[in-house]
Design a protein around this ligand. Structure first.
Ligand SMILES: NC(=O)C1=CN([C@@H]2O[C@H](COP(=O)(O)OP(=O)(O)OC[C@H]3O[C@@H](n4cnc5c(N)ncnc54)[C@H](O)[C@@H]3O)[C@@H](O)[C@H]2O)C=CC1
Ligand SMILES: NCC(=O)COP(=O)(O)O
Length: 326
């Protein structure tokens, strides 16, 4: 197996991203992980948490993996960070971590990107429109369409729409978007998950999948005809299923992944099944990007109570997918 280097962005410095990154040497993984962060902040956080891990500066010219220490690619913080307290003056730092990781991917320095959580609200409060890693990475890599999929607890749940107000969801669900998302999901389940003929279970948008048009028209007008057209192309798409029953085992057993129409239709079930060990994967990007399934948990930053299982799972998934696409 080729020795790969993964870029791990530590995310919002006031959140638990730095805390969980400090656990990386305990994961015992056969991959070199480079954490993008302010090295002084990482050392302070290690001290605060009483972790005796060595934090050393990443040296790109060193080809040998460094064991039992955290390798940090130093990106300086504009202002000192207080664990648990957001500071808008550090918003550009959070973006700089992503930009540097992406540069490294483009240059072949890193095989994949794994992201610790950032705070979307804080970046917007700093005056920069930002809806999430998923959209930002699509944007900087000039990728027209990506798909958010979370995996964990035996489930794979992908979303047609991602970070937008609920009132805007229905208008976003068009035949073009739905077909494009299904095609990306189908393709990446084949290429990254060894599923030669993926079976995709698609939810409706409305209660009871629209109840024959009495509880909403999106199923009749958009979802049903689009799925029919996709079936004629040979894709195994079933539905639309009422979202409240699609996650029952007797339906789930007929699919490899569920495609939900919006964020809070699919993710609560996934997180109930796997919180703390799930992985968020961006499908459709020209590189591998995985992430934790949780947010910044400001209440836990610097306390030692943040669990790092999801970061471990995200690194393992990135490694697996990088080896497949090698
Ligand atoms: N990948 C990312 O960058 C993500 C970022 N977020 C962002 O995080 C911020 C906070 O979001 P919330 O909805 O409050 O969700 P959250 O996941 O940060 O917190 C929800 C609850 O789970 C707990 N929790 C979260 N992670 C944990 C861990 N690793 N170990 C133990 N307990 C944990 C928290 O203490 C809190 O009680 C928001 O700005 C949101 O947009 C949310 C999800 C993913
Ligand atoms: N619920 C997932 C989430 O909010 C993280 O999204 P992203 O930052 O990975 O796009």
């Amino acid at each position: 197996m080729k020795h790969l280097v993964l870029a791990i962005t530590s995310g919002e410095p006031a959140g638990i991203g730095p805390d969980i990154c400090l656990d990386i040497p305990t994961f015992d993984l056969d991959v070199r992980c480079v954490v993008l962060a302010d090295i002084n902040m990482m050392r302070e956080r290690a001290q605060m948490l009483g972790k005796e891990v060595e934090v050393i500066e990443y040296d790109a010219s060193n080809q040998r993996p460094v064991n039992h220490a955290i390798e940090v690619l130093h990106v300086p913080l504009p202002e000192a960070c207080v664990a648990g307290t957001l500071n808008v003056n550090n918003a550009e730092y959070v973006i700089a971590l992503l930009d540097r990781a992406y540069q490294g991917i483009e240059a072949g320095e890193f095989a994949a990107m794994v992201t610790a959580p950032l705070h979307k609200g804080m970046i917007n409060d700093a005056g920069r429109f930002f809806s999430g890693h998923t959209e930002y990475l699509a944007d900087i890599s000039a990728t027209e369409q990506v798909v958010m999929m979370l995996a964990g607890g035996g489930l794979k749940v992908a979303l047609v729409t991602t970070h937008l107000p609920l009132k805007d969801v229905a208008a976003q669900i068009t035949p073009e978007l739905l077909s494009s998302v299904v095609r990306i999901l189908n393709h990446d389940l084949q290429t990254k998950f060894h599923l030669p003929k993926p079976r995709i279970l698609v939810t409706g948008l409305n209660p009871h999948a629209g109840e024959g048009g009495h509880l909403g028209m999106e199923e009749l007008d958009v979802i049903i005809p689009t799925l029919e057209a996709l079936r004629t192309e040979g894709l195994d798409v079933k539905g639309p299923y009422p979202a409240d029953t699609v996650f029952e085992p007797f339906i789930l057993k007929h699919g490899d992944a569920v495609l939900a129409m919006y964020h809070d239709q699919g993710l609560p079930v996934l997180k109930f099944a796997s919180f703390g060990n799930g992985v968020n994967i961006t499908l459709g990007l020209p590189f591998v990007r995985t992430s934790v399934d949780h947010g910044t948990a400001l209440d836990l930053a610097g306390t030692g109570q943040a669990l790092s299982g999801s970061l471990k799972a995200a690194i393992e998934s990135a490694l697996l997918m990088s080896n497949i696409s090698d």
